[in-house]
Design a protein around this ligand. Sequence first.
Ligand code: GLU
Length: 277
Amino acid sequence: MIVTRFAPSPTGRLHLGHAFAARFAYDKAKENGGKFLLRIEDIDPVRCKPEFVDGILEDLDWLGLKWDEKPVRQSERMDVYAAALRKLKDAGVLYPCVCTRKEIESEIARMGHAPHAGETAVYPGTCRGKRLDLSLYDRWSWRLDVAKALELTGGELYFTDESRGTVKANSAVFGDIVLARKETPASYHLCSVVDDAAQGVTLVTRGDDLFDSTHVHRLLQALLGLPTPRYCHHPLVLDAEGRRLAKRDGSVTIKSLREKGLNPAEIFELIKKSIKT
Ligand code: GLU
């Protein structure tokens, strides 16, 4: 059976881009008699707010995109991510990084959410291979030693994308990514891979701007012994200037359109007009 999911982060109200992504996942499941699941990606306690979780449920319900199982909340699964992290540590593919506070802070700010295209700088590997006494530091992060990980998994890794076909994973695309930090055993990449497997997702649908993440996710699946789902990266809903919709730009929300009197069918019509393929 086909199982898809919508995995928003509750950092604001849903906008047209979310409605499109949710509908896309919903249709892929329902056209094939499958299940549509919901996952709340709320590992970042600073940016994620409980009222936005309620907003997500309310908007999806109003749009007619009813999910099939109890929604998964990542903030409740830290022990599961800690276990996965331990497995990677035991495999010897993680190393602690104590690079400057400023650098780590910006990395931390990024690690809780998915790196949308163009957002990630490649870490130069400063702490790789260093023998650090962590008792001397207040904070550190755990980075994936990609070269070592690739050596361990051996050979080439592939994944299937519905529009691109078989894709050879370029798992070094982001360099040695941060998978956790001292107090938080979680990052977008780690949680996403662990949860897609735990929820039995067979088809991951998400925006084209997250395509590069899939290269890294394929490597994490190999390291953690998890199945690789199929993927389908879809085009993004763009604004009138051709830019990706983002909460930080104050994109028009589903709630505000609803308050203006639009119904769900009109909202999906509006989306159809803005989508660029
Ligand atoms: N929470 C991610 C986002 O906000 C979703 C990533 C995914 O679908 O894997 O974009």
